[in-house]
Design a protein around this ligand. Sequence first.
Ligand SMILES: C[S@@+](CC[C@H](N)C(=O)[O-])C[C@H]1O[C@@H](n2cnc3c(N)ncnc32)[C@H](O)[C@@H]1O
Length: 305
Amino acid sequence: MRSQVKRSNSQGRDGKASLEERFADEARFFKAWVENPRITGAVSPSGRFLARMMARYVDPLSSGPIIELGPGTGPVTVALLKRGVAPERLVLVEFDAYFCKLLARRFPGCKIVQGDAYNLAKTLDGLLEEPAAAIVSSLPLLTRPDADRIELLAQSFAMMQPQGRFIQFTYGMVSPIPRRLHANGSVPFEAEPSPPVWLNLPPARVWVYRPTGSPALTRKEPPALIVKFRAQTEKMRGEIRETRDRVEEGFRETRDKVEIGIRERTQRARRQFELQRLRMSNDPALRPAIALLRKIGEHKKPPRD
Ligand SMILES: C[S@@+](CC[C@H](N)C(=O)[O-])C[C@H]1O[C@@H](n2cnc3c(N)ncnc32)[C@H](O)[C@@H]1O
C-alpha cells in the first residue's frame, strides 16, 4: 500500500469530545471492527485512563517527532496533546482511510500518514527530518505472528534516538512482544509493564520497550507551567483559526450579496431602457413586446429596501 501524507489545517479539538462525538466514535469504531476485526483489533476506542497511561511515558520536553501507530479515532492522540506534546511533532500512521480523514479534521497540525505500520521504514520513508523521540502504538499486535512484532520493534528502534521508547498497550497478561530471544536474529531489548489500568474496558496494561543498554526507564512529568502554557497557546491558535474562518465566511456572503444585487439592478435598468426605446418608436406592431417587458418588470420588481 502506498502511504499518503496529510497535514490538517482545520479546527481541532481541545481534548473534550462531546457526548455525541463519543457515540459517533464508538459507532465508527464498531463498524470498522465488524468489517475487519483483525486490523481494528478492539470493539471500541481506548478509554481516557488507558490513553493517559500511554501518554505518561512520553516526555513532552524531548525533541524530535513522536510517532503514533494505529491512532484510530484519536483517544491516545488527545492524551498526548493534553500532556503537552506540540501537534507539529506528532506523526499519525493509520491504515484505515476513513479514520485518516477523521484524524485530519480533528487534529490540526499533526502529520497524518495513511499506510502500513508493520512496514514502518517504507511507510515513513523520507518523512522524518530527525530520529523520533518515541513511538506510541495501539496496533493489535496479538493478531500478527511473533516475527512481525519483533520486526516492528527492530524497525522502530532503527528510526528512534538511542533513548527512544516503543510504547504499546495490550489487553493480555504478558508482553505482546515475545521477551525470549528469537532465532531469526532478535533485537535485544528491555521491557517494563505499567500498573494495570482497571478502569479501561477491558482492563489493559502498557508496555514500554527500549534497546538493551539504553538508560533505564523513567516517567517524567513536564513542569505544570509548561503544560499549561502549551495548552493555552493551542487554545488561542484554535480561536484565531475559528475567527479567521468566520470572517472569511462573512466576507464571502457579503460579496455574493453585492454581486447578485448589481446583476439584478443592471438587468432592471436594461429592461427599462429597452421599454423606453420601444415606447419612443411609437410603432403599434411593438405593443405586445412593450406589454411583455412591462409585465416582466412588474414581476421582477425588487422589494423596497
Ligand atoms: C485497537 S485499535 C486502537 C485505536 C486507538 N488508538 C484507540 O486506542 O482507541 C487499532 C488501530 O490500528 C489500526 N491499524 C491496524 N493495523 C494497522 C497497520 N498495519 N498500520 C496502521 N494502522 C493499523 C486500526 O485501523 C485501528 O485504528
